[in-house]
Design a protein around this ligand. Sequence first.
Ligand code: UDP
Length: 234
Amino acid sequence: MYKRVLLKLSGEQLQGKFDGGFDAERAAWIAHEIERATTVGAQIVVMIGGGNYARGTQLVGGGVQRVTADNIGMMATMMNAVALADVFNTEGLPARALTNIKADQVADQFTHRRALSHLEKNRVVIVAGGIGRPYLTTDTAAVSLALELECDVILKATKVDGVYDSDPHQNPDAKRFASLTLQEAVERPDIKVMDKAAIALAADHDQSIIVFELLHEGNIMSAVKGDTIGTVIS
Ligand code: UDP
């Protein structure tokens, strides 16, 4: 049983039935999945991505600079975080959005102490703005945050049931890994589940990661209980 977990959700996972943007029904479904995990006693921190609205690397060009593009990406994560917090609270799952980019009118600033205080009150903490600096992704921010908040494990939600050596949606012969070492995940070029900067940071600090399929009912709770699901990278 893990006491405190960091759940990394990508923006794409919030678009649900839509081609982009935010699907409140999907968010409500996620709220119930997280709630099941909290009933077994886990504290949950969510690092939310922004890819359903914008990704820095896709916006660069035609005069738009990388730093600006990344700032837009971080603002996208903020849109997700505040909407997600609303849906979670409405569904009866106490949650607070904290942001690593300054936007006082929109959400409280992330501070270490504030995050811990919410967690101690059994509120889900949803962190927006990644780490608040450009040239990074929310995967790297997720690892950094997990270390900062002393999370026992990172749950990286994906579309498939673990780590494969190629995309199983495109390659029927793709091989699934039951487990990997952090070092293997850093070194193997065929492991692309998170960016290498994120995995390298996790490897430096022995931070375990479980890669699992989000849309499988009960998975978050099972992972929290320590049941074998997905691929464990440790
Ligand atoms: N981003 C950033 N710094 C961070 C985290 C994110 O600049 O610490 C920007 C970056 O442009 C990224 C975008 O925000 O592409 C959205 O995050 P990400 O691509 O990780 O979202 P996901 O793919 O998980 O939905």
